[in-house]
Design a protein around this ligand. Structure first.
Ligand SMILES: C[S@@+](CC[C@H](N)C(=O)[O-])C[C@H]1O[C@@H](n2cnc3c(N)ncnc32)[C@H](O)[C@@H]1O
Length: 249
């Protein structure tokens, strides 16, 4: 099963749980400012698409396409590895938390370079993620193992050429429910709907996830989680390894 087909199964509640976060919107839109045309690759339900640029989305999953709002930009059903556009057709190509799903990330990133002069990619550094995120480090190291096989920051930078990389901190009330979003709201990970929109959990072995969640539930119930991670309560944002990569030819 391709990841796009998997999204037809795991993406059902995506738009309700993965609402674009305003702080990330501001950072991403800053990188898009001054440009006129944009292709959003792996566009999903349309998160982070600006309304000040002419946008076309590319998305393989019909379930995701159906969750785009009626006012969202037009979308083409397709994959990153074969973008149906002429060379240099866009000022910018955007890809937010999608490259790790592509069957051939190198080909998809080359396609982004072919069709645009500037590429803006949100991905993450799995070393920072595994070290800084308590859920992975202390409860679910299997998730970190899986991530070593995914195309993340190093792959993106290697294929985009000279690029700037900026840290994207995760706010404590982040509205986009990606894997690290609930770092200060641990009960959220006990919610099956929340987990269903996080591929890093939804695609892991169910028994492994269930065992980790049983330990988390126990620690929360006995006050051990709050005792162990008390210092997190003083933070309003955290670096979990999420990165904004910007490359310009
Ligand atoms: C985590 S979602 C991100 C969606 C959107 N960019 C966002 O920020 O909400 C990952 C998306 O990548 C899409 N995807 C999977 N394989 C793909 C491929 N080969 N090319 C383009 N998109 C793909 C999935 O269908 C899914 O919509």
């Amino acid at each position: 099963m391709s990841t796009a087909e998997r999204y037809d199964h795991i993406g059902t509640d995506y738009a309700s749980v993965r609402r674009p976060d305003s702080r990330w919107v501001a950072r991403i839109h800053q990188a898009l400012d001054g440009h006129r045309t944009l292709v959003n690759v792996g566009a999903g339900a349309g998160s982070y698409e600006p309304n000040f640029i002419s946008v076309v989305g590319v998305e393989p999953s019909q379930i995701m396409i159906r969750q785009r709002s009626s006012s969202a930009a037009p979308v083409v059903c397709g994959v990153a590895e074969q973008l149906p556009f002429l060379d240099g057709a866009f000022d910018v190509a955007l890809a937010v938390l999608t490259v790790h799903h592509w069957s051939d990330p190198g080909a998809g990133l080359a396609e982004m370079r072919r069709v645009s002069r500037k590429q803006v990619v949100v991905t993450w550094d799995p070393d920072v993620f595994a070290r800084q995120f308590w859920l992975v480090r202390d409860y679910l190291p299997e998730a970190a193992e899986r991530e070593t096989q995914l195309a993340t920051l190093a792959t993106v930078v290697a294929h985009l050429g000279p690029a700037t990389t900026e840290m994207l901190p995760v706010p404590d009330d982040c509205t986009d429910g990606f894997f690290g979003a609930y770092w200060k709201r641990p009960y959220a990970y006990l919610d099956a709907t929340v987990r269903g929109a996080i591929s890093g959990l939804a695609l892991l072995d169910r028994g492994v996830v269930a065992a980790a969640l049983a330990r988390l539930r126990f620690d929360l119930g006995y006050g051990r989680w709050h005792a162990r991670y008390a210092e997190l309560m003083d933070l309003c944002e955290i670096d979990l390894g999420y990165r904004l990569v910007v490359a310009e030819q």
